[in-house]
Design a protein. Structure first.
Length: 291
């Protein structure tokens, strides 16, 4: 089933992101974790290429297993990084053969020393346009409530986002944000730029103190004072840190629901317990306990 059709239904949706292993020896354990998450029957799941494109050869097996054996619609990530035209063409053909009809089109992180001008597709908008020409895929794109780290300004980033949507994106999913006010302000700017495709709010539960540094390095997301306080108080208490981080994420989700946000996407870090905990609170709050 296409994600655009799920979203068009107008109901609250909860979806999960998982990532493939980087190496073959980790495949079975990662597959097991993603199966546990899929067994919760979220509205859909997305499967990444892994950080920097690592593990991309395992994306299709993980995605196809979820779609075929658990009946959960899957978004297969696809990046421009190092892309050759035939590689992208063949990947789309194989995805279609495996019953996957949803693609998240991304540029991806540029490796040190790489020259994007040598790639078949230099920008996500180029990849979106090509996928649109290749058949009846549902195409998603990424958006950045705090601006893409490489953009000169939020205004420039929004112009690029509009270009990506005009190329054929059916929906957008946000990079993680830790302050809902940032998301609400972003949505005002999105509408002002004439972007009206559905925007799915991406939430990452911060369950470990070491995640703070990683988030700042990779996404540049602003960390609110309350979350910094949580990290400081529970830095040496991993059990309490996990609970407090999950509670913070739940409060974010509740606030989003209260403000009419219909579609919420959880960056699970392949943790079934995180997915289950979020699901229980979500259904209790958003749907009155009706799964």
């Amino acid at each position: 089933m296409k994600i655009s059709e799920i979203i068009a239904g107008g109901k609250q949706t909860l979806s999960y992101e998982v990532f493939p292993p980087k190496t073959t020896d980790k495949f079975d354990s990662v597959k097991s974790a993603t199966e546990k998450i899929a067994a919760m029957q979220p509205d859909y799941m997305s499967v990444t290429f892994g950080a920097g494109g690592s593990g991309s050869r395992f994306t299709l097996p993980i995605a196809a297993n979820i779609e075929k054996n658990y009946g959960v619609p899957v978004i297969h990530h696809l990046t421009c990084v190092g892309s050759a035209f035939d590689q992208i063409k063949n990947m789309l053909d194989v995805m279609r053969e495996n019953g996957i009809s949803n693609v998240l089109a991304l540029r991806g992180d540029v490796p040190d020393g790489a020259d994007p001008s040598e790639w078949a597709f230099q920008h996500a908008s180029d990849l979106v346009e090509y996928i649109r020409s290749r058949g009846d895929f549902c195409i998603g794109g990424a958006c950045y409530p705090e601006g893409h780290p490489e953009s000169a300004s939020i205004e420039e980033d929004l112009c690029n986002l509009r270009r990506k949507v005009d190329a054929g994106c059916d929906f957008l999913t946000t990079q993680l944000f830790l302050d809902n006010d940032i998301f609400f302000r972003f949505m005002e700017r999105v509408y002002a730029h004439g972007i009206f495709v559905p925007v799915i709010a991406g939430i990452m539960p911060i369950t470990k103190a070491k995640q703070f540094a990683r988030i700042e390095t990779l996404s540049g997301s602003e960390i609110p004072a309350e979350l910094i306080r949580i990290g400081n108080v529970y830095a040496d208490d991993p059990v309490s840190m996990r609970k407090a981080g999950l509670d913070y994420a739940k409060s974010q989700i509740r606030s989003l629901i209260d403000h009419g946000v219909k579609n919420i996407h959880i960056y699970t870090m392949n943790d079934p317990e995180v997915a289950e905990d979020i699901k229980a609170d979500y259904f209790d709050y958003a749907l009155g306990g009706k799964a």
